[in-house]
Design a protein around this ligand. Structure first.
Ligand code: TGC
Ligand code: FAD
Length: 405
C-alpha cells in the first residue's frame, strides 16, 4: 500500500480501483441519458475520492469528513428535493442510482448520504414549515450543514411506537427529555431530526440544533461494521426547543415511517452496489489466481458461485428498477419497498460471503474490499428495519394479519 496525506493525516492508499460494472440484462437501456450521466459522474467520483482511502479510514474507524463537500457537489444530498430549496429536483430512480454508486464504494458513505437526503432533508421538505425549509435545506444540500435522524432508543429499536422521549409544552418553547441511540452522523451533525411524544401521546418531529443547552452526542465506539461512518447517541436533558422548530402538521408515527420508506428505497439500490463490487472483484480474481495449473475460475465449483452471484444481482437490479418506476409514479407501497430492502441486502450479504471464499486467504485482507463490504452489510441488514421485521411486513401485507405483537 502507498501512503498519501489527506487533511494532514497520513493515509494508506490501496491500488487502482479496477471496478467494472455488470449489466447482464442490459438494464442500462431502461435508464434515461440523464440517469446514466449522473451514474457515471458518481461512479467516477467514487473511484477517485472514495476507493483509494476507504480501507484506511475503515481500518482506523474514522469518518472521512473531507468528502462532505464533494458529496454535496455530485448531488448526493437531496437529489429529489426541489431546486428552489437547493436540491436537484431529480426523480427517485436517480436517487437510487446515486445510492448504488456510493455503496459500491462503501455502505458508510452511502449511509451518510441517505441519512442526509431521506431522513433529514426529506422530512423537513415533507413535514416542515416554509421557514424551516428555507432555513435548513439549502445548507443541507451543499453539506455546509449536516444532519442526523433520531428514532431508535435504548429500549425501542424494532418497535419505535414504544418511544419514551418526550416533549412538554413550556410556554414559548418545549422541553425535550430522553435519549436516542445508534444514530448515524450524530457525532458531527449540526442538526438532528428527532421524534418524540407530546403530552397527548402524539409522535411529533422536531429539529434540535447542536449547541442547544442540555443536548449532547456521545460517539459509539467498538463497531466492527460501518467503521467509516460515525455513529452516536443523542441525549436530551431539558433541552429548550423553540416552537418554530416543531414540524407543524405531522402528529403520528407515520411521520418517521414515511422517511424510512424513502431511505429503505435507497438502500434497496445501494446494496446492489456493494454486491457488484464483491462480484466484480471475485470474477477478476478467479481469472488471475492459478491453482492446480489452472485459473480457479475454470473450476466448476467457482463457476457455480459466480453464476449464482450474477443471477442474484440481475434479479435485484430488476426488482430495484421496477420499484423505481413505481416510486416515480407515486405507486410504490411501503410493503413493496420492504420486500426490495430485505431481498437486496440479503442478496448482497450472501454474495459478499461467496466472494470472500473465492478470494481464499486474500479475501480477509484490506487488499480487497470484500470483508469491509461484508461487515458493513451486517449493519445494513439490521438498520432501517431488520431482515425479519421486513419479512413480517410482507407477511402482514399478504395475509392481512399482523404477527408483530
Ligand atoms: P403501524 O400501526 O403499522 O403504523 C403507524 C402509522 O404509520 C404508517 N406506516 C407507514 N407510513 C409510511 N411508510 C411506512 N413504511 C409505514 N409503515 C407504517 C401507518 O399507515 C400508520 O399511519 P396512521 O396514519 O394510521 O397513523 O405501526 P406499528 O407500531 O405497528 O409498527 C410497524 C413496524 C414494526 C413495521 C414499524 O414500527 C417498523 O418499521 N419498525 C422498524 C423500525 C425501523 O425501521 N427503524 C429504523 C430507524 S432509522 C435507521 O435505522 C436509520 S439507519 C440510517 C443509515 O445509516 O442509513
Ligand atoms: P431489536 O429491535 O432489539 O431486535 C433484536 C432482534 O429481535 C432482531 O433480530 C429483530 O429482528 C428481532 N425482533 C424484534 N421484534 C421482533 C418481532 N416482533 N418478531 C420477530 N423478531 C423480532 N436508528 C435511528 O433512529 N437513526 C439512525 O441513524 C440509525 N443508524 C444506525 C446505524 C447503525 C450502524 C446501526 C447498527 C443501527 C442504526 N439505527 C439507527 C438503529 C436501527 O434502526 C436499529 O438497530 C434497528 O431498527 C433494530 O433495532 P434494535 O437494534 O434495537 O434491535
Amino acid at each position: 500500500m502507498a501512503t498519501t496525506t489527506v487533511n494532514g493525516t497520513v493515509t494508506k492508499s490501496v491500488g487502482q480501483d479496477k471496478f467494472q460494472a455488470h449489466d447482464y440484462y442490459q438494464i442500462d437501456e431502461l435508464l434515461s441519458e440523464e440517469q446514466l450521466l449522473i451514474r457515471d459522474t458518481v461512479r467516477a467520483w467514487v473511484k477517485k475520492e472514495v476507493s483509494p482511502i476507504i480501507e484506511d479510514y475503515a481500518e482506523r474507524a474514522a469518518f472521512p469528513a473531507h468528502l462532505i463537500p464533494g458529496l454535496g457537489e455530485i448531488g448526493a444530498f437531496g437529489a429529489v428535493i426541489p431546486q428552489k430549496y437547493g436540491g436537484m429536483g431529480l426523480d427517485y430512480m436517480t436517487y437510487g442510482i446515486i445510492m448504488q454508486e456510493l455503496e459500491r464504494g462503501d455502505s458508510g458513505i452511502r449511509s451518510t448520504a441517505s441519512v442526509q437526503s431521506s431522513l433529514v432533508m426529506f422530512p423537513i421538505w415533507k413535514f416542515g414549515s416554509e421557514e424551516q425549509r428555507m432555513k435548513y435545506l439549502p445548507k443541507l444540500a451543499t453539506g455546509e450543514m449536516m444532519g442526523c435522524f433520531g428514532l431508535t432508543e435504548p429500549n425501542h429499536g424494532s418497535n419505535p411506537a414504544g418511544m419514551e422521549t418526550r416533549i412538554v409544552d413550556n410556554g414559548d418553547h418545549y422541553l425535550l427529555n430522553g435519549a436516542k441511540m445508534w444514530i448515524s452522523n450524530a457525532p458531527f451533525a449540526d442538526i438532528g431530526v428527532v421524534w418524540a411524544r407530546d403530552e397527548e401521546g402524539k409522535v411529533r418531529g422536531l429539529i434540535v440544533e447542536r449547541g442547544m443547552e442540555g443536548f449532547t452526542t456521545p460517539e459509539t465506539h467498538g463497531k466492527w461494521s460501518l467503521r467509516a461512518s460515525a455513529t452516536g447517541e443523542l441525549v436530551f436533558d431539558n433541552v429548550r426547543i423553540p416552537k418554530e422548530n416543531i414540524f407543524p402538521e405531522i402528529k403520528s408515527l407515520r411521520g418517521p415511517l414515511t422517511c424510512l420508506s424513502s431511505a429503505r428505497f435507497g438502500i434497496a439500490w445501494g446494496a446492489i452496489g456493494a454486491a457488484m463490487d464483491c462480484y466484480d472483484s471475485a470474477l477478476r480474481y478467479s481469472k488471475e489466481r492459478v491453482q492446480f495449473d489452472r485459473p480457479i475460475g475454470g473450476f466448476q465449483l467457482t463457476q457455480k458461485k459466480l453464476a449464482e452471484m450474477i443471477t442474484e444481482i440481475t434479479k435485484a437490479q430488476l426488482l430495484a428498477w421496477r420499484l423505481g418506476v413505481l416510486k416515480n409514479e407515486g405507486r410504490a407501497t411501503p410493503a413493496q419497498i420492504s420486500m426490495a430492502k430485505r431481498n437486496n441486502v440479503d442478496m448482497a450479504l450472501k454474495i459478499a460471503r461467496e466472494a470472500r471464499q473465492i478470494h481464499g486467504g486474500m479475501g480477509i485482507t484490506g487488499e480487497f474490499p470484500i470483508m469491509r463490504h461484508m461487515m458493513n452489510l451486517e449493519s445494513v441488514i439490521t438498520y432501517e428495519g431488520t431482515h425479519d421485521i421486513h419479512l413480517l411486513i410482507t407477511g402482514h401485507d399478504v395475509t392481512g394479519l399482523s404477527a408483530f405483537k
